[in-house]
Design a protein around this ligand. Structure first.
Ligand SMILES: [Zn+2]
Ligand SMILES: [Zn+2]
Length: 240
């Protein structure tokens, strides 16, 4: 198994990542990816770009170096009702939205009910495509209750390769999340969360974990061009 798309990558615009948009795309081409998503952090992350950065992303061509480029954002879930830190106007200009919780923008309160409520709110947001790295213990939620709701609303559950390096306390929960996805037949998406170009397309550790727990390949949506392309056609305006 090798992924054909990496849909969670940061550029220098995030303020704490170190490659340009072009360097990320060039790296994706080198990895022979079919698509890559540029997903800089939403405006409440310290040093992240403002609305106009995201609204103007359409200047980046749809295909660069033979790679489809999804213009996106990693939006912050910034309250326990599941509100995100960008307006619908900004979201409507983008192809791709990852929604994640970060301690800089959502104070962890270690409350399963509150996090369940937050993710159920995110599940209803029509602009969100990916539920980003949701395995952190301090943001634990009711997986059995929420994950089927993600699927019901067309969201993809991310297994994030960087979690195995920077969020080690999340590894056990990532396995549990994957197993719940397996149980309900929910699509996952395996992303690098690259903060430097050389990380683009590298999701080996996450794939290794999935193999270890017997996760079915056919539920890895970015393992197959046909499946991922169908998602883009049915659930986004990328090809319209
Ligand atoms: Zn993140
Ligand atoms: Zn990220």
């Amino acid at each position: 198994m090798k992924v054909i798309a990496d849909t969670h990558c940061h550029t220098i615009a995030s303020g704490h990542a170190y490659s340009s948009v072009l360097e990320i795309i060039t790296a994706a081409a080198k990895q022979k990816l079919w698509a890559v998503a540029i997903t800089d952090h939403g405006r409440t992350t310290p040093n992240s770009p403002g609305d106009w950065y995201f609204e103007n992303l359409f200047v980046v061509p749809k295909i660069v170096d033979g790679v489809y480029v999804l213009k996106g954002m990693e939006a912050n879930v910034w309250d326990y009702d599941g509100n995100l830190d960008a307006s619908n106007l900004v979201f409507s200009r983008l192809d791709w939205v990852v929604a994640s919780m970060h301690s800089e923008t959502l104070k962890p309160i270690n409350d399963i009910d509150a996090c369940t409520n937050a993710w159920l709110g995110v599940a209803k947001n029509p602009f969100v495509n990916v539920i980003g790295h949701s395995g952190e213990e301090r943001y634990k939620y009711d997986y059995d209750r929420v994950i089927p709701e993600f699927a019901h609303n067309g969201k993809l559950v991310e297994i994030n390769n960087a979690s195995f390096r920077v969020r080690k306390n999340a590894i056990e929960n990532c396995k549990k999340i994957a197993l719940i996805c397996k149980k309900y037949g929910v699509y996952i998406i395996v992303n690098s969360d690259a903060h430097f170009a050389s990380q683009v397309g590298h999701v080996e550790v996450a794939l290794e974990m999935l193999k270890e727990i017997g996760f079915p390949d056919e539920l890895i949506i970015n393992g197959y061009k046909e499946k991922f392309e169908r998602y883009l056609r049915e659930r986004t305006k990328f090809f319209s």
